[in-house]
Design a protein around this ligand. Structure first.
Ligand SMILES: Cc1ncc(COP(=O)(O)O)c(C=O)c1O
Length: 436
């Protein structure tokens, strides 16, 4: 579809009202899916969010819970997968909420919900935190004193890894890909770079050409060897944290959704899950979890970089690495949403991000969730019957710091401002003598 997806103003977003909540009192067991004490059941189900206990949940529920190491017990429906990780670190603020997302221009009878994984934390945020809970536990268990990972210059994964490493007292080495002309210059402090540099990550820049020629695995190995020669014990985390171990992060997310559904509406069911795909680990976990659990929702991935064929093969490798026994084609639908290319946006896509924010208050990142939501609405516009009467869960995977890289392009899109007119004679009323 060539035409831009433009949203009508906020008036067309019908807001479902939230009714009084009732408190459900019941015991929580992690596998038993019982409602948690203090959980607020919302009768109209505009929000699904709950307290949970057990693996991955409620890290901040007790003092010292956040950042603590925990034994990992997989959901029963995933207990046959191999290998099963033994531990995780509580790094995310989980569970993340699910609420109605009244995007304008949805097809008739399509019900859209959004899982706010962008709220899984601030510096250590988005989808990466779920993978890192497993990967960092493995790094610490292996006796590493530092981690190495690789990504684009505004990689959210690299920023999240840098923060997680600092929390766990590991050094972090990042190999960041940038353009040839910028590869031997100070990368600056925009977006993710500011956080990475504040937490003291070591940054090595490579050009896109070098990256394409050598590949991320060899680049990480080169740095690993260099660090080992210096007596260090590095642990390599692959691009995007996407390996079979990281896949457990989104298998766990499915358990979280399953439990949220059970705790709130009981009979409620999602038909589809929609998410961005960049390195493949998120969709591998979601699709495998959805198929194995009671969810059985169809996972639709919108690829923001490589082609669908690449991702079907890549995901196949990840789920084979867990001895899952599924064909990736049978459990995911992958569509191309890369548009101009990775991290590049058309004016329409940026306008879409702006319109979604203005209509719903949800700020998408332009590189991942923005393209996925744009692709989803395009598909809904092109194939309305495919989405009719479906209950769709869109997973917002975060990445908001990357938005700062688009400031120049977005300047013309954002709201107006003006200098407040103030008459000189107007006296001050509050706190005379106080500066502000
Ligand atoms: C904000 C954000 N959303 C989505 C993705 C895609 O997830 P995955 O790499 O697991 O495919 C990434 C990373 O690639 C990301 O940083």
């Amino acid at each position: 579809m060539s035409s831009a997806i433009l949203l009508r103003p906020a008036t067309c977003a019908s807001v479902t009202t939230t009714t009084a909540a009732t408190i459900v009192s019941a015991k929580t067991t992690f596998s038993g899916l019982l409602a948690a004490p203090g959980f607020h059941r919302n009768r109209t189900c505009t929000t699904i969010c709950c307290s949970m206990d057990g693996g991955g949940a409620m890290p901040a529920a007790h003092i010292g819970g956040f950042l603590s190491k925990k034994r990992y017990d997989p959901p029963l429906w995933a207990s046959h997968l191999r290998p099963v990780p033994s531990h995780t670190f509580s790094l995310g603020h989980l569970p993340t909420p699910i609420h109605r997302w009244n995007l304008p221009n949805l097809p008739e009878d399509t019900e859209l919900w959004i899982k706010r994984d962008d709220l899984s934390g601030m510096q250590l945020s988005g989808n990466k935190v779920r993978k890192l809970e497993f990967l960092m536990a493995d790094a610490v268990a292996s006796g590493a004193d530092c981690v190495i990972t690789v990504g684009g210059i505004q990689s959210n994964h690299c920023r999240a890894t840098a923060v997680a490493a600092r929390y766990l007292n590991l050094d972090c080495y990042l190999i960041l890909r940038t353009s040839k002309v910028l590869a031997d210059r100070d990368p600056g402090l925009i977006g993710n770079l500011l956080v990475e540099r504040l937490v003291g990550a070591h940054i090595d820049l490579v050009s896109k050409e070098e990256y394409a020629k050598i590949g991320s695995v060899t680049l990480a190995d080169l740095l690993k060897k260099k660090l080992m020669d210096q007596g260090r014990k590095p642990y390599v985390i692959p691009v995007g944290g996407s390996n079979s171990l990281g896949t457990w992060g989104y298998i766990e997310a499915i358990r979280e959704v399953e439990q949220q559904i059970h705790n709130s509406c009981g009979e409620f069911q999602f038909d589809d899950i929609v998410v961005a795909c960049g390195s493949g680990g998120t969709i591998a976990g979601l699709s495998l979890g959805s198929r194995l659990s009671s969810l059985k929702a169809k996972v639709h991935a919108f690829s923001v970089c490589d082609d669908p064929t690449y991702f079907y093969n890549f995901v196949q490798g990840l789920i084979d690495g867990l001895e899952a026994g599924f064909d990736s084609h049978a459990i995911i639908d992958i569509q191309d949403a890369k548009g101009l290319g990775y991290a590049m946006n058309t004016a329409e896509e940026l306008q879409f991000v702006k319109d979604v924010a203005a209509a719903t208050g949800v700020v998408l990142d332009p590189v991942y969730s923005g393209k996925a939501a744009y692709g989803m609405l395009r598909d809904m516009t092109d194939n309305p019957t495919k989405w009719k009467k479906r209950k769709v869960l869109f997973v917002h995977t975060g990445g908001l710091l990357g938005l700062y890289d688009k400031v120049e392009q977005m300047t013309s899109l954002v709201g107006n401002w003006q200098k407040l007119e103030i008459e000189e004679s107007i006296p001050r009323k509050d706190g005379t003598g106080k500066m502000f």
